[in-house]
Design a binder for this molecule. Structure first.
Ligand code: F6R
Length: 608
């Protein structure tokens, strides 16, 4: 979603802002803008479209001179993507400039009140309300005005603010939308995410809810909403900028796909010691694990699909009932929770608005929350009672691949840990699973070698109208993810079905030449899947099967087969996902699409 960058220091601000915004492009956006204080006034340039338009308009930032500024990439929510609706927004006299990520939920009420007082609005955005409200309460102290405005706004917001009267300061505000502050010898910065400022500093403050930061060239001061000064310690970012760059790949997505063996190993290896799964970082005692009576897994999108896999694995191994729910549903459906219920919230970004709200709902109702999170220090990581980090590294492409794969690993680790504590699997089963788990990075690597073959196959389906994915049990879980990956980046309509459910309606959509991707890795369900494949082939479907290597006979029953190395059945999703990711990638690439920036999508969905 929207990206914010701000800079104040000794260098020209606009090139720093452009550079930072480029690092936030992955978040998804449809317009851009910058405001820079030029020594006399705040000057602003905004543009619809890609960042290169803003770059060209400002000649790489050189036409906006000044050493303090704020920049923005906008993902439209209120008002269509136009130059006028792009951020920054000014108050009437252009003395206050604001960039915003989030949604001001009561903006209509506030706008009406401001209009009654004579304020005139030029855009359709909720953000413009913030600029005028600041104007309304500003009497010389930015801090006082900001605090007053915060008391009146409902919703989520990360804000970057400049006041013409205070040219040596920029302000940052955070409530329920991510914002960090970077401290560097060349000046100080604000940003929505670490990659935007990593070129300048590794020393980062994670802002908490309802905090205000005042940045000058050589100082950073934090305040709470009551304008009291706060003492905060910076964190050191341990990963390198190269982790957030393409490193020779055409797209971030391909780089992330190829980073999966490492991401899987990094997430798993530190937690396996002396043939045991060690999750001390969770801070959950064996007694607490033994007392869990029910698990809810709550997440959105691909993280939800990881949760569907988690249900099969946790129920199968640890024999704990698991319900998986979409965070946007869970938070409003009055879920039945108690102190014995563990709620697992899965999120790459740790900032997804619905997942965060679901976490808060669960805590309010007395349940403990375990976050499976990739971004260290993110809201979900900070607010969960227990955190299991996935060590995927920064994931830049909008469509998740490596983070999803590490979420699966985190769920396997939890399931095995819970099973061994609760005694639901034998020592021998545990040992064999642990061995299988440790094979995963190598097997993922092996499957990545089938890239060329999958690309050739994908090229035959560039003009497809519909593609179906079918599977049973865990194979249904991976079908959901395969289908989402394909549709989100290729724009080909696709659906995933539990294979046994096809004949209850969906099979009417199968016609001559329809591609059906069938996943059959679960041995006990193999004969059932063969029947389902027959059902669709009889109706003209072309079937691509993803199956275990021991089924060479499948070539008689399917039109194209991808074989997976032998693995414990609980872990097959980690292998089956690889050809499905590659297939989606090459279909999108073949259709000439920007794989990293699918239309209408944002990386971190920080609004409802
Ligand atoms: C799809 C994708 C999304 C995310 C979803 C949740 O490729 O990336 O479906 O999985 O928006 O995001 P996080 O994991 O950040 O909560």
């Amino acid at each position: 979603m929207c990206g914010i960058v701000g800079y104040i220091g000794g260098q020209q601000a606009a090139p720093v802002l452009l550079d930072g915004l480029a690092k936030l492009e992955y978040r998804g956006y449809d317009s851009t803008g910058m405001a820079v204080y030029d020594g006399r006034e705040i000057r602003m340039v905004k543009a619809t479209g890609r960042l290169k338009v803003l770059d060209a308009l400002t000649k790489g930032g050189s036409t906006l001179s000044g050493t303090a500024g704020i920049g923005h990439t906008r993902w439209a929510t209120h008002g269509s993507p136009t130059d006028t609706n792009a951020h920054p927004h000014f108050n009437g006299s252009a003395s206050i400039a604001v960039v915003h990520n989030g949604i001001i939920e009561n903006y209509q009420k506030l706008k009406k009140k401001l209009e009654n007082r004579g304020y005139q609005f030029v855009s359709e955005t909720d953000t413009e309300v913030v600029a005028h409200l600041l104007d309304r309460y500003y009497t010389g102290s930015p801090l006082e005005a900001i605090a007053k405005v915060m008391h009146r706004m409902e919703g989520s917001y990360a804000l970057g603010i400049m006041f013409r009267d205070h040219p040596d300061e920029i302000y940052a505000v955070r409530k329920d939308s991510p914002l960090i502050v970077g401290k560097s010898s060349q000046g100080n910065l604000i940003a929505s995410d670490v990659p935007a400022i990593l070129k300048y500093t590794r020393s980062v403050y994670f802002m908490e809810n309802e905090e205000i930061a005042k940045l000058s060239r050589d100082s950073i001061t934090f305040y709470n909403i009551d304008e009291e000064e706060l003492v905060k310690e910076p964190s050191e970012i341990s990963w390198d900028i190269s982790a957030a760059e393409k490193g020779g790949y055409d797209y971030f997505m391909m780089k992330a796909i190829y980073e999966q063996p490492k991401a899987v190993a990094d997430t798993m290896s530190p937690r396996i010691r002396d043939s045991r799964i060690v999750l001390d970082e969770l801070g959950m005692s064996d007694e607490e694990i033994a007392q869990i009576s029910k698990i809810y897994i709550v997440a959105c999108g691909s993280a939800y699909h990881a949760g569907v896999t988690g249900k099969y694995v946790l129920e199968g191994m640890a024999r704990i009932p698991v319900e998986v729910d979409l965070a946007s549903e869970f938070r409003y459906r009055n879920p039945i929770l108690d102190t014995q219920t563990l709620v697992i919230v899965i999120s790459q970004s740790g900032e997804t608005a619905d997942s965060l709200a679901a976490l808060r709902e669960a805590k309010t109702r007395g349940s403990r929350v375990l976050g499976i999170v990739n971004v260290v220090g993110s809201s979900i990581a900070r607010e969960a009672d227990h955190v299991l980090y996935t060590w995927a590294g920064p994931e830049i492409s909008v469509a998740t691949t490596k983070a999803y794969s590490t979420q699966l690993v985190a769920l396997y680790l939890l399931a095995m840990k819970f099973s061994s504590v609760r005694g639901t699997i034998s020592e021998a089963e545990f040992t064999s699973m642990l061995e299988a788990l440790q094979q995963l990075p190598r097997q993922v690597e092996f499957l990545l070698g089938s890239q060329e073959r999958i690309q050739k196959f994908a090229n035959r389906y560039l003009a497809a109208d519909h593609i179906f994915f079918i599977g049973r049990g865990l194979d249904y879980a991976i079908s959901l993810e395969g289908s989402l990956k394909l549709k989100e980046i290729s724009y080909i309509h696709s659906e995933a079905y539990a294979a046994g459910e096809l004949k209850h309606g969906t099979i009417s959509l199968i016609e001559e030449g329809t591609l059906v991707v069938a996943v059959l890795t679960q041995e006990e369900l193999y004969p059932k899947m063969l029947s389902n494949i027959q059902e669709v082939r009889t109706r003209g479907a072309f079937v691509m099967a993803v199956a275990n290597a021991n089924h060479a006979d499948l070539e008689k029953n399917a039109d194209y087969v991808i074989y997976l190395p032998e693995i414990n059945p609980y872990f097959t999703n980690s292998l089956a996902v690889i050809p499905l990711q590659l297939f989606a990638y090459y279909v999108a690439l073949g259709r000439g699409l920007d794989v990293d920036k699918p239309r209408n999508l944002a990386k971190s969905v920080t609004v409802e």
